[in-house]
Design a protein around this ligand. Structure first.
Ligand SMILES: Cc1cc2nc3c(=O)[nH]c(=O)nc-3n(C[C@H](O)[C@H](O)[C@H](O)COP(=O)(O)OP(=O)(O)OC[C@H]3O[C@@H](n4cnc5c(N)ncnc54)[C@H](O)[C@@H]3O)c2cc1C
Length: 815
């Protein structure tokens, strides 16, 4: 007889480490009426054969948060749920071969310390002190992570499962989910054991997530790689050392050679991420099997040879060991190598917690995050880096395969700010792509759209090699400066394809928007910035609102925010609303024309009334085509956004470009725009603006209309205002060295960490390094001197008055 309940509040599909952790955290949150369905035994997917490494290291703040949480959960879990397990905290040594790698380590040490973890940098002598079998040739330094370790993945999963069951949740094994349908606002999940109805569903099917996604009409952006590790026999020298020391060696990661080496009992485990990597189940002659439970791919030793030789040179005792076993298993990859955790795009009451490449070390944190998404609709930490909605419609299989291969082959690579990864490119091209490419544009994709980052001149080094630096200087620096100065002194044009755009039209639209944003909805003919807060008063997003009529608006937002922001609007639109809400991104294009000469240029080519002031908009004609001229400039100069139909992009560009030549018009790119906007203190989404901060912390009170009877987040913001804001958004000028402050550099005062940066760049108009960030409220006073830690070194910084550094009274904007 089937033991499948007829109903549950949540059904989780998949019983690997992540599914089990999700169930455990839901139960811990009091949601015990949850059922996990596993098609085979628990751990049958990637979990059973994982090596079980549990690092805390990440150069991403949110992933580090997740991994730090996992490590601390695993420490206590056995005792907590009464399921003893093998979890060894051995520490790890991450080897660096270059100056840039050492800088990366120093940055992560700073982030780690901010999260309460005592990471450290080791010299070669200190490395040998901790790892006597190590050869230190070619090394510049290492990062020591005392919290790193390894866990038995099956025991971890069983412990989480036991914890969940003890709290009342259910796990049903050998119960594959075969279909799903929506009925009366519920999900009906089909299995061979019958049907189960639920309010919410979670896809935690690991490398089968794409197949499960199809049941919900969702194309999960992912692919599957083959990943191997080699186990070696006992090494007598290692056994003797280990017995005497009373502990294991720390795990070694040679990230520049791309492998890890871990002590496994008295032998070793070598796990490379090979450049000559192999995807699986991506071609018609290699179809994904219906069931691959507890199975492995055949060994592929040839791929490992280079790494084995390198490891033997690094740790010669490895050369004396016999090879005992190779594990070659499927490992799923999303296009950026981060998992998918959060709302399933476009599907109601459905979530994803899948496509984990580091699902053992992330399972603990992922379960917490997933449970928050389901039970509260929001997460404690900003989790955009793992949000499924960061990918939209361009992620076809070719893209996923190309990106998965690229990431796997560069699993430990550094992500330099001026390096634009080459795989999976050209998914969406502007109508003037070829024209701007001919002008020297160096491209990077935003939500699939290729945008110019900077314009190279003949002879500039545009190789990938040249971008391997954290430093400000490089072949791009003079060009970005020239672009910024052209915008300051004459005019610049920037093609912005894929600016996300939503149309809201019909009775009640204004009233609804008024209740949703913190500030005022602009009057017809005007444009305004709107901030959206969640119920905790935290910053969900920022959009420009173009008011066409009393109840007719276009909302414009970042390209990458397309699905995220549209879902926020959809979710809050009343079911009986009389107004319509449409995503019309694909129909329009945008070009920015800005700089003191932009009015003269437009006067020659358009019939617009160019005397209309800042924050207005109008319909006009350029080259006989209609466009919407919007008088704003993210660059902080006189300027207009020219919004056009996609088909008219080229005609309008050609006309403006030709007219602009005698006025000194230059093309400029996103790098220059970032420099220009930071001089104005304009915030960027998911750096300066995120759910890690409230509207008040973000310094956005001038966008709050307290006189409105109600708006989303008002109660929380009123409470915060009464109690006092703990940290505040500030602009800092920094006496920086070769690098400007990257995201999440720590701020220091009197030997204490007192805040963090949210973005940093060089301002070419003001000739200074600038950082935006969050500072303890009592120090957020103009003129206050503090320090910013940038890649391990501290630099003096001064808190600036609460006004733009460039054109502080906005006279140029209003000109
Ligand atoms: C060789 C190798 C070594 C690795 N080493 C590490 C490591 O050291 N550290 C680390 O953090 N990660 C490591 N990983 C990655 C890690 O294994 C995965 O990230 C992790 O196991 C993913 O867990 P999961 O729960 O998301 O998915 P899975 O463990 O794959 O679980 C998904 C479950 O869903 C079930 N399922 C699928 N379809 C259905 C359906 N229709 N109905 C019901 N159930 C279904 C499957 O049977 C499976 O049990 C390694 C991977 C490999 C291949």
């Amino acid at each position: 007889m089937s033991n499948l309940p007829s109903h549950a509040r949540v059904v989780i599909i998949g019983g690997g480490a992540v599914g089990a952790s999700s169930l455990y955290h839901l139960a811990k949150a009091g949601w015990t009426d949850c059922v996990l369905l596993e098609k085979n035994e628990l751990t049958a997917g990637s979990t059973w054969h994982a090596a079980g490494n549990v690092p805390t290291f990440s150069s991403s703040w949110s992933i580090m948060n997740m991994q730090r949480y996992s490590a601390s959960l695993y420490r206590d879990l056995g005792a907590l749920v009464d399921y003893p397990m093998n979890y060894h905290v051995t520490g790890s040594i991450r080897l660096g071969h270059s100056k840039e790698r050492l800088l990366e380590f120093k940055r992560v040490v700073g982030m780690g310390r901010y999260q309460g973890m005592d990471l450290d940098i080791l010299t070669p002598a200190e490395m040998r002190g901790r790892y006597p079998f190590l050869e230190t040739h070619e090394l510049t330094g290492a990062l020591y992570d005392p919290y790193d370790g390894d866990i038995d993945p099956a025991q971890l999963t069983q412990a989480l499962a036991k914890g969940a069951r003890d709290l009342g949740a259910k796990i049903i094994r050998f119960c594959p989910v075969t279909g799903a349908r929506r009925e009366n606002d519920e999900w009906v999940i089909s299995t061979p054991q019958g049907e189960i109805r639920c309010e919410y569903v979670v896809n935690a099917a690991g490398y089968y997530a794409r197949e499960v996604g199809k049941m919900f009409g969702r194309d999960v952006p992912m692919m599957v790689m083959s990943h191997q590790y080699i186990l070696f026999d006992e090494i007598p020298e290692l056994a003797a050392w280990s017995k005497e020391a009373g502990h294991k060696l720390p795990l070694l990661r040679d990230v520049d050679s791309s492998y890890y080496l871990r002590q496994e009992k008295y032998g070793m485990n070598l796990g490379p991420y090979e450049k000559n990597c192999r995807a699986h189940w991506v071609t018609p002659d290699d179809p994904m099997p219906e069931d691959f439970s507890f199975q492995l791919f055949p060994d592929d030793l040839e791929r490992l040879e280079w790494y084995l030789n390198d490891a033997v040179e690094r740790v010669p005792i490895l050369g004396t060991a016999g090879l005992s076993r190779v594990i070659n298993g499927p490992i799923p990859y999303a296009p950026d190598g981060n998992p998918l955790i959060g709302p399933m795009p476009g599907v109601p009451n459905a979530f994803e917690a899948c496509v984990f490449t580091f699902g053992i070390c992330q399972a603990g944190g992922a379960g917490k995050v997933l449970a928050e998404w389901v039970t509260e609709g929001q997460t404690e930490w900003d989790m955009w880096s793992c949000d499924p909605r960061r990918y939209t419609d361009y992620t076809d299989q070719d893209y996923c395969i190309a990106k998965g291969m690229e990431i796997y082959g560069h699993e430990y690579a550094m992500h330099f700010p001026k390096h634009y990864w080459p795989a999976g490119r050209g998914k969406k091209l502007s109508r003037i792509h070829d024209r701007i490419a001919a002008l020297g544009a160096q491209f990077k994709p935003y939500n699939g759209w290729e945008r110019a980052m900077w314009y190279a001149k003949p002879g500039d080094d545009t190789s990938e090699q040249a971008t391997q630096t954290w430093g400000r200087e490089g072949p791009w620096a003079r060009r970005i400066e020239e672009e910024c100065l052209a915008v300051r002194d004459a005019a610049g044009i920037l093609d912005l394809p894929g600016f996300s755009r939503f149309r809201i039209k019909g009775e009640g639209a204004r009233e609804w928007l008024t209740g949703l944003i913190t500030g005022r909805v602009p009057k017809p003919g005007r444009i305004g910035l709107a901030y959206f807060a969640d119920d905790k008063g935290r910053i969900v997003t920022e959009m420009s609102v173009i008011a066409i009529e009393e109840d007719f608006f276009f909302l414009i937002t970042a390209a990458t925010a397309q699905w995220h922001d549209f879902e926020w609007l959809q979710k809050h639109r009343p079911a009986d609303a009389a107004f319509t809400l449409d995503d019309v991104t694909a129909n329009f294009s945008c070009q920015i024309l800005t700089g003191p000469k932009s009015r003269d240029i437009l006067a020659e080519v358009s019939d617009a009334d160019l005397s209309k002031g800042w924050l207005t908009h109008q319909t006009a004609q350029i080259a006989g085509r209609y466009c919407q001229l919007v008088r704003v400039s993210f660059a902080g100069e006189l300027g207009w956004e020219i919004h056009t139909k996609v088909d008219d992009t080229a005609a309008i560009f050609d006309t403006v470009w030709a007219a602009g030549q005698k006025h000194g018009l230059k093309p400029f790119g996103m790098e220059a725009l970032d420099s220009l906007r930071i001089e104005k203190g304009y915030r960027a989404w998911k750096g300066d603006l995120s759910t890690d901060y409230t509207i008040l912390q973000g310094g956005l009170e001038r966008f709050v209309d307290w006189s409105k009877p109600a708006f989303k987040g008002k109660a929380a913001l009123e409470r915060e205002k009464q109690q006092g804001v703990s940290k505040r958004f500030v602009t800092l000028t920094v006496e920086a060295g070769e690098c400007d402050a990257p995201y999440m550099s720590t701020l220091w005062s009197n030997g204490e960490v007192v805040g963090e940066t949210t973005s940093g760049n060089w301002g070419y108009r003001v000739g200074k390094s600038i950082a935006l960030g969050m500072l303890r409220a009592d120090l957020a006073v103009p003129g206050q001197a503090i320090e910013v830690e940038i890649f391990g070194d501290r630099f003096k910084a001064i808190v600036q008055p609460d006004q733009p550094l460039w054109d502080s009274s906005n006279e140029r904007l209003r000109a």
